[in-house]
Design a protein around this ligand. Structure first.
Ligand SMILES: [Zn+2]
Length: 313
């Protein structure tokens, strides 16, 4: 089980040299997801060696340009690279029209299938599930319809307690599957050996919550409770909380309150407004509430074990 998050871009909309808008690459339990796709995401993927062919699912939080204006370019590039595999895109209602009109007028129709999963529910819903990972929406409150996403590993089978199993000659290799699945074992005498005796707990499934642009919204806490890694936007410092009300964003302190209430293991903040020159002030403010806070930075790769941070460039 593993979870690695690579930040590709973490700034807000105003263009600046070396400041890319939101995009993240998530590797979780051998699945590879792209989350948001601001302008320049393709370049950042190249720079930080994210394999284009690994991406089969793209999750877009909302249709503000700094979160999705890189999408059509990436779709076109997949075509240039002779992609044949399906591409699944999850995002607000309207994303299909916004994307296909650009492909149509530029005559850039792809040969590979694109499957749009348009979202409009204001309740949390399961939008992706396979044998490794599930993804649920986290309804947010921004100026337009916006979701965050909760990515969770599927629970693993229980682990065999080999020493204890060896006490019973009757238990054979062909029984292991049932035991791993949590079943008790019945001996020929009729005696039942409890599954607890024969197995040990598997590692806890890991989870990552991506909370894109939103005003402070504590009612998301039950959805993301005990999350291992939480990304939460922090566009302003608390000195400009008035701008949060106006633009429906959060302060670093508010992001930290969410992490605290959710009992998150670690918080990453980003989407900094260009009005601030010293990004470290965001970390200082958040850490007054939630100590285990890191700043999002393009090229940083966050891993869950002990949360070591690698710099990729
Ligand atoms: Zn926005």
């Amino acid at each position: 089980m593993s979870l690695h998050l690579t930040v590709l871009g973490c700034h807000s909309a105003t263009p600046r040299v070396n400041a890319y808008p939101t995009a993240q690459y998530l590797e979780i339990n051998n699945r590879h997801f792209l989350i948001d796709c601001g302008e320049g995401t393709q370049r950042q993927m190249r720079k930080y060696k994210v394999g284009f062919s690994k991406i089969n699912h793209i999750f877009i939080s909302h249709l503000h340009g700094d979160h999705f204006f890189g999408l059509v370019g990436l779709i076109a590039t997949f075509g240039i690279l002779n992609r044949e595999k399906e591409l699944h895109i999850y995002g607000p209602k309207g994303i299909k029209e916004a994307t296909t009109i650009q492909l149509k007028v530029s005559k850039s129709w792809t040969k590979y299938p694109i499957i749009f999963h348009e979202l409009e529910s204001k309740e949390s819903q399961l939008i992706f599930e396979d044998d490794k990972v599930s993804v649920k929406t986290i309804p947010l409150n921004h100026r337009i319809y916006t979701n965050g996403f909760l990515f969770t590993e599927k629970p693993k089978l229980r682990k065999l307690h080999i020493e204890n199993i060896q006490q019973y000659d009757e238990i054979e290799t062909c029984d292991f599957h049932n035991i791993k699945a949590g079943k008790d074992f019945t001996l020929s005498t009729g005696e039942i050996v409890s599954n607890e005796e024969l197995t040990i707990d598997p590692p806890k499934p890991l989870s990552f919550a991506f909370c894109s642009d939103t005003e402070y919204k504590p009612d998301i806490v039950p959805i993301i409770k005990n999350v291992d890694l939480l990304y939460h936007e922090a566009t302003f410092l608390k000195d400009r909380e008035d701008l949060c009300d106006k633009t429906k964003h959060s302060t670093a302190e508010q992001a930290a309150y969410i992490a605290n209430q959710a009992n998150a293991n670690k918080l990453i903040i980003g989407h900094y407004s260009s009005r601030y020159k010293n990004i470290n002030d965001f970390k200082v403010e958040a850490q007054t509430v939630f100590k285990n806070t890191e700043l999002a930075e393009a090229g940083k790769r966050y891993s869950t074990n002990s949360f070591p941070v690698e710099i990729l460039n």
